[in-house]
Design a protein around this ligand. Structure first.
Ligand code: 4AD
Ligand code: MG
Length: 461
């Protein structure tokens, strides 16, 4: 069996030879004594045209096939100079592996992304989702390649945990309790000491705290795995289950952190441009006409840098543009983030040094006592794609910060140990993988870059 990708890449090696291919029917057009079938085998973005005629012994069955049927075809591979497609396969024999019923939802026409969301098990068969999910796969590979080439160790952090890294309380609880029979303690609260792990546990919101422990042994590490947030926000960029890449670097500060983040993003973009030219051209044509221009521009220019305080001053001048008012101390909303990156800087921008009140407990306090060494990377079309920081390496300051934010330091002994035994400056960040795929593809809804998205009120299949 020869892959269609192989035919497109080394066509001349197969001309006038008898070959066998397989695939699913994208379209079928039958005339009296001959017909055309376009098939896609999933290995390449472009389909292959099959030509058949009345010498087929199962002609009657073939001409009544529907879109979606699966076939194995053997025949002669012919160059067709001057035609729309460079070659075609003249079928000698067509074996029907599986027919497709006439109510197959993916007929040869454009379907809306909203409609395709209702059939997540079938949508990978469309051009748009062939492009998106090929790019998702390539981007994941590029990320591993980038970190492995730079000697980062890939660490698998746990999915079930007892900590809440971001302190936002947006956790999915993990319990074996039967909801009708929850054992209670003296205060009438659930008694988790009787639960599977003997304590209250949840799905991880971030692998960072565990990641830091390995950075303190390997210097440079990264995680790449699923994370979960019970954020009750029904937006185009929030999912309840998403993947995150979290590098952590010992002996590194915020500047080093941003350098790695910028190099990584450029590397991923370049890798996808180089390895999925057909898919990228398609997305540029049908999803976002500025996609290729924008991405080429990003790999060839430096990201902008602005402090949170400066950003607030800039945004205040355009207060009338926003639904949410801007003032020092407020968390930046998506509309503010997008205005900064799309209107003011017109390229990716790092916003640094946020007020400590709106950031997590582990971030390093700046000398001003008010802000922390944080950075968010904002990109056009999306807003925040990366959140990171230099970490507080000083034991006393960290404990003070945990107490200020009302955390129970007992659960975090392991984390405090890192500051007791060989503490050093260190920094890291989290790249939201789905937001990265949105950025690479121009797709504007996170539900369309995850095979089976989990969002508020939606857990299909
Ligand atoms: O900014 P966040 O919350 O940072 C952290 O979790 C840190 N522990 C990372 C670190 O320093 N190691 O999340 C990081 C990124 C965001 O910038 C965003 O791209 C993505 O994760 N993200 C989400 N993506 C999809 N759906 C959600 N609900 C997301 N929440 C965060
Ligand atoms: Mg963030």
């Amino acid at each position: 069996m020869i892959h269609i990708k192989e035919l497109f890449q080394h066509a001349e090696q197969y001309y006038d030879q008898t070959i066998q291919v397989c695939g699913w029917i994208r379209s079928i057009r039958d005339s009296k004594n001959f017909g055309f079938i376009v098939i896609n085998d999933g290995t390449f973005f472009q389909p292959l045209q099959i030509v058949y005629d009345n010498t087929l012994d199962n002609l009657e069955q073939i001409r009544h096939l529907n879109v979606g049927a699966s076939l194995i075809i053997s025949g002669r591979f012919i160059a067709t100079p001057g035609a729309k497609q460079p070659f075609e396969l003249h079928a000698g024999r067509i074996t029907i592996e599986g027919t497709s019923s006439p109510d197959y939802p993916l007929q040869k026409k454009r379907h809306s992304l909203e409609y395709l969301r209702t059939i997540p098990h079938l949508r990978p068969r469309t051009n748009t989702f062939q492009a998106v999910f090929r790019i998702r796969s390539l981007a994941a590979y590029a990320i591993h390649k980038f970190f492995q080439e730079n000697d980062f160790v890939y660490v698998h952090t746990p999915l079930i945990t007892a900590n809440d890294c971001e302190g936002a309380g947006e956790m999915f609880h993990v319990t074996t309790f039967d909801l009708d029979h929850v054992p209670e303690n003296d205060q009438g609260r659930p008694d988790y000491s009787q639960d599977f792990f003997g304590k209250e546990t949840n799905l991880t919101v971030s692998g960072q705290l565990n990641g830091e422990t390995y950075a303190m042994a390997f210097q440079n590490i990264y995680t790449f795995g699923p994370t979960f947030r019970a954020e009750n926000s029904n937006t185009a960029r929030h999912a309840a289950e998403f993947w995150m890449i979290e590098p952590e670097m010992a002996f590194a500060d915020l500047k080093d952190d941003m350098t790695v983040a910028e190099n990584m993003l450029k590397y991923i973009i370049q890798y996808v441009l180089d390895h999925a030219p057909e898919e990228m051209t398609f997305l540029n044509q049908y999803i976002d006409k500025e996609l290729l221009n924008r991405l080429h521009h990003v790999v060839n220019s430096d990201f902008a840098h602005v402090t949170y305080t400066e950003a607030i001053e800039l945004l205040k001048k355009h207060q009338e543009q926003f639904t949410y008012p801007v003032e020092w101390g407020c968390d930046l909303q998506t509309e503010h983030e997008r205005y900064l990156t799309e209107q003011i800087f017109q390229r990716p921008v790092f916003v640094t040094d946020y007020p400590k009140e709106i950031k997590a407990f582990y971030m390093k306090l700046n000398p001003d006592g008010k802000t922390v060494a944080a950075m968010d990377c904002l990109v056009p079309g999306i807003g925040e794609i990366i959140g990171g920081s230099q970490r507080e390496e000083n034991l006393e300051l960290l404990i003070q910060r945990m107490e200020e934010t009302g955390m129970n330091t007992e659960n975090y002994d392991f984390y405090l140990d890192l500051r007791k035994y060989g503490s050093t400056r260190h920094a890291g960040f989290g790249l939201g993988f789905e937001r990265c795929v949105m950025y690479l593809t121009g797709i504007s809804n996170i539900r369309d870059v995850i095979p089976f998205p989990r969002t508020t009120g939606n857990c299909e299949y």
